[in-house]
Ligand binder design. Structure first.
Ligand code: HEM
Length: 244
């Protein structure tokens, strides 16, 4: 009797919500939503980084303003970390599910034509994603958790002591290996976002004969903007006669 009750018992509301994590479509939706969230972060990050072109005071003031947000910044960073982790975990899960479901691998790497968006970009998502994940860990360690005021990276901002993040960034990008590897990863970022942006809308079920091509084109534009925008910084710093 008890066994029969167990079998017919309906899952509770929380269990129903959590069950989305176990379905491929649910995982695709989460990958897409978190991917779009990361695009939003990158738009803000790029805008902030571009202040570097305006010189050390502008860039250090921007970084200092972020730092002075205190608790709010910690909360945003925690949310960002969660978005990164969810994006990576579910993207890996969807990819491995797709791989095992697909009996034969793609033998033809050419685009499959209009309805499909098969491209080098779409077939390398997991690899470009892994490289970007590793890059992000090294990158945050290099700058966010890099040397601070105690290590001599301090400056004067309107009479107040602040971290000289500008000096750290300039010093790093004057190194040809760091400049070169950053530039290569920024190109891969463009490749990843080119397919990811469009794919996220597909996963969310946004299909419309008129708007889908627009979303696809917008994805390409954002990818080019990210690649050029983020690449401009290391290249400019390396070649410009800047002193840290
Ligand atoms: C040339 C391109 C880039 C430059 C110059 C740059 C610069 C920086 C700097 C200086 C910081 C430290 C900010 C601080 O401590 O206040 C930082 C943090 C960070 N960057 Fe970048 N970044 C670049 C590209 C990227 C890319 C492509 C990603 C992601 C794929 C990324 C993800 C992050 C993250 C997650 C943080 C930590 C944010 C936080 O915790 O507040 N960055 N970046």
């Amino acid at each position: 009797m008890q066994q029969a009750e167990k079998e017919t018992a309906k899952p509770g509301p929380l269990a129903s919500v959590l069950s989305i994590f176990n379905t491929t479509i649910g995982q695709k939706i989460i990958t897409g939503l978190t991917g779009l969230g990361l695009v939003g972060f990158l738009v803000g990050h790029l805008a902030g980084n571009l202040t570097l072109f305006a010189g050390s005071e502008a860039f250090n003031s921007y970084a200092h303003k972020l730092e002075s947000l205190g608790f709010i910044l910690y909360a945003v960073e925690l949310g960002l970390l969660a978005v990164f982790v969810f994006h990576i975990v579910f993207a890996i899960s969807v990819t491995s599910h797709n791989k095992s479901a697909r009996k034969s691998k793609y033998v033809d790497s050419r685009s499959a034509g209009k309805p499909s968006r098969k491209s080098i970009s779409s077939q390398t998502m997991i690899y470009t994603g892994i490289i970007l994940g590793l890059f992000t860990i090294i990158h945050v360690w290099m700058f966010k958790f890099g040397p601070g005021m105690a290590a001599g990276y301090h400056t004067d901002l309107h009479g107040l002591p602040a971290r000289d993040l500008y000096r750290l960034v300039v010093e790093k990008f004057k190194n040809p290996w760091i400049m070169g590897s950053y530039s290569a990863v920024m190109l891969l970022l463009g490749v990843h976002v080119r397919h990811g942006f469009w794919s996220a809308f597909q996963s969310l079920g946004a299909y419309h004969p008129r708007y889908t091509p627009l979303i696809y084109t917008l994805g390409i534009l954002i990818a080019v903007l990210f690649a050029i925008g983020f690449l401009a910084l290391p290249v400019y710093i390396f070649f410009a006669p800047l002193t840290a």
